[in-house]
Design a protein around this ligand. Structure first.
Ligand SMILES: Cc1cc2nc3c(=O)[nH]c(=O)nc-3n(C[C@H](O)[C@H](O)[C@H](O)COP(=O)(O)O)c2cc1C
Length: 178
């Protein structure tokens, strides 16, 4: 079952004009809260956004690469308190992908919008912009925003022949499968 999900998963940029049921959002968040974290530190916090005006503003959090958030019916802002764990980047990445697979398992599409290391404008980071918008406390930084919604485009799964098996070695680097 999981393998089938993995085989079909693709990121979705275009969303149908249809709200996501609250129960599906709850299931995605529950999956996130069950994700593994280094030393079980759980340094993350999430803000679920379904307000249209806020989603539109989030789509402007960086100049390029977040516009798709505007037409998504929902998004989860993945924040973390770096003082809680030195592994917060790993923990946020794992939780973000966990939410993506949870969304896809529920028939939804999703896409990651990177925020860590990005700027809203000269002198203002994407995190600062989002913090003002959503009222985040100063200890939190934003790693990414995961858009969620019913797909408005059909994404073709990768064919097995397209996968980069050349990047895999066995026992010793460069040694290929017999
Ligand atoms: C760490 C990370 C950062 C990403 N940042 C963005 C982004 O800022 N904007 C965007 O449109 N897609 C972003 N994506 C989605 C990727 O572009 C997408 O996963 C990639 O093109 C491969 O497509 P696939 O997910 O359909 O296999 C990001 C994905 C990851 C894992």
């Amino acid at each position: 079952m999981f393998n089938e999900l993995v085989e079909k998963r693709r990121s979705v940029k275009v969303y149908a004009n249809r709200p996501v049921e609250a129960a599906k959002i709850d299931a995605i968040i529950e999956a996130a809260l069950r994700a593994p974290t280094g030393r079980a530190a759980r340094p993350w916090e999430f803000v679920v956004v379904t307000d249209k005006a806020l989603l539109e503003k989030l789509s402007m959090a960086k100049p390029v690469g977040a516009a798709f958030l505007k037409d998504a019916p929902a998004a989860v802002v993945v924040c973390a308190d770096p003082s809680v764990s030195g592994l917060w980047v790993e923990d946020c990445s794992i939780v973000a992908v966990t939410m993506q697979y949870a969304a896809h398992a529920l028939g939804l599409g999703s896409r990651w919008a990177q925020m860590k290391g990005n700027s809203f404008s000269e002198g203002k980071t994407s995190t600062q912009y989002i913090a003002e918008l959503l009222g985040l406390p100063v200890n939190l930084t934003v790693q990414c925003i995961i858009a969620v919604g019913y797909p408005g485009e059909e994404m073709v799964p990768y064919k097995k022949e397209e996968l980069r098996f050349d990047k895999v070695s066995y026992n010793r680097y460069g040694s290929k499968k017999a």
